[in-house]
Design a protein around this ligand. Structure first.
Ligand code: NAD
Length: 281
């Protein structure tokens, strides 16, 4: 019989230098967040900065001024390097340029939150093809391309890392709004694809020490809803949410630090709902 105790110490907590809280630290790590001008993205970037990482905020070039000011605010508050980079995640040339800029400005990438996404209006069975295509280009091809440059940098630099993708409850089920399907058909299709892409990467990248996980937000009050939600619409959405409220963006921060950090070293290929219980139905 082999003795596995050296390989798998049973009581690592007894070691003088072991600290589970220390495993949540991101000190010394470098990362980027796409969709970083948006609600979930900027809150995630702030969480990573607070946990000690240097972070690149990535969003559409038209939002560069907003990103610069967020970067200044975060580096002042947390004392780490935070930089702003404009990139359209649906444009292959723009993503190729992002890869070069990330290495120039941060040195490498250890953690990446591939989170940029849109949910367009009139997204139901008669959606025009151009809207369908735009949703696929940003949500699915954007996740594919930004995830790809992230793991390529990790492999080229010979170290592991953590990729986190943003899926959605709409990628797991057809959301019911007052007895009708919520108008997010192509959106849900892209998010189902994001979840499967996440799992494929987990299997393919494990030999490189790279983990790949997704989060599945339910209803999070962020820029994605804009001014489009009436009081009635708000209540209709929450009928399927046991918690009966939207989440705040900061309520995702803990999960995003966990998945980026060594505290989740054995977690890969997962997709964690953070949805107030929505997916129980
Ligand atoms: P948000 O609108 O506040 O942020 C989305 C960000 O993505 C914006 O800053 C936008 O400029 C950026 N973006 C859009 N197209 C882009 C492109 N082509 N290139 C680069 N950046 C682009 O909304 P959010 O809620 O913070 O969304 C973040 C992610 O969370 C999205 O993928 C969204 O689908 C997902 N999500 C949100 C909810 C929710 O309830 N808010 C629920 C499930 C999933």
């Amino acid at each position: 019989m082999a003795n596995f105790d050296d390989r798998y110490p049973l009581d690592k907590w007894r070691d003088a230098d072991h600290s589970v809280m220390q495993e949540f630290s991101l000190a010394g790590k470098k990362g980027f967040v796409t969709g970083a001008a948006g609600g979930i993205g900027r809150s995630a970037a702030a969480a990573w900065a607070e946990a000690g990482a240097d972070v690149a905020l990535v969003d559409l070039p038209a939002k560069l001024d907003q990103l610069e000011s967020l970067a200044a605010e975060m580096s002042d508050k947390y004392g780490v390097t935070v930089v702003a980079i404009g990139c359209d995640v649906s444009d292959p040339d723009s993503v190729a340029a992002l890869k070069t800029t990330l290495v120039d400005r941060l040195g490498t990438v250890d953690i990446a939150f591939l989170n940029a996404g849109v949910c367009l209006t009139d997204d139901s069975i008669d959606i025009p093809f151009d809207k369908w295509q735009k949703t696929l280009d940003i949500n699915l091809s954007g996740a594919f391309m930004t995830g790809q440059i992230a793991h390529q940098i990790m492999r080229e630099h010979g170290h592991g890392g953590s990729l986190i993708f943003t899926s959605s409850t709409a990628g797991h089920t057809v959301l019911n709004m007052g007895g009708f399907p919520a108008p997010n058909m192509s959106y849900g299709v892209t998010k189902a694809g994001v979840t499967r892409y996440t799992q494929y990467l987990a299997a393919a990248l494990a030999p490189y020490g790279i983990r790949s996980n997704a989060i599945t937000p339910g209803y999070i009050w962020s820029g994605i809803f804009g001014d489009s939600v009436s009081e009635e619409g708000h209540d209709a959405m929450l009928q399927m949410v046991p918690e009966r409220r939207f989440a705040r963006n900061d309520e995702l921060q803990g999960l995003l630090v966990f998945l980026a950090s060594d505290a989740s070293a054995y977690v890969t290929g997962t997709d964690t709902p953070i949805d107030g219980g929505l997916l129980v139905y």
